[in-house]
Design a protein around this ligand. Sequence first.
Ligand SMILES: [Fe+2]
Ligand SMILES: [Fe+2]
Length: 217
Amino acid sequence: MSWSGAVAAASLWQLRTSARWPLSVYGRGVSVRSCSSGMTLDGLNRAIVDRIIRVDHAGEYGANRIYAGQMAVLGRSSVGPIIQKMWDQEKEHLKKFNELMVAFRARPTVLMPLWNVVGFALGAGTALLGKEGAMACTVAVEESIANHYNNQIRTLMEEEPGKYKELLQVIKKFRDEELEHHDIGLDHDAELAPAYTVLKNIIQAGCSAAIYLSERF
Ligand SMILES: [Fe+2]
Ligand SMILES: [Fe+2]
């Protein structure tokens, strides 16, 4: 997909989201209280909040696509229900960031169409190595996301924790659930995947690049 195509797709996605939660319900002033989250827009460091919501939304979307790819390959295997359970939690994570995106008027990354394809390919590709490959992917990605959430928690704590109380609660809860997914991966033989350490390092380098790009674009 071309760059302009990606931008158009992201804009279309935003339009669809806006249609469900019209921005007008939050009024024109920045101090209007949002309906869905109870958080206000006043007095916040908008640059930080925009960046956090955009990248976390992208990350949760990517995680959903990874689990979709894993289920396409391993859905009927013994680990199918375990992967499905983690995917269901990722759906909740994504739903929350969809809501926060509207409440805080943040925009999604223009790279969403790319994460759609790359996420699914990563999930399906590692699942083709067997359940150990899928679980190695889960360990690598979830560790990266948990570290990323910890960095954000530090950033918000340094800003002014009181102002970001609810956002912090969301990020901490999701960080804990990502760590549970990480541990589930380890419990299901992730480390027995072929070339586990190399695979994990490559995937985590990809996660770092995806985080860097999604924060900025
Ligand atoms: Fe998640
Ligand atoms: Fe997760």
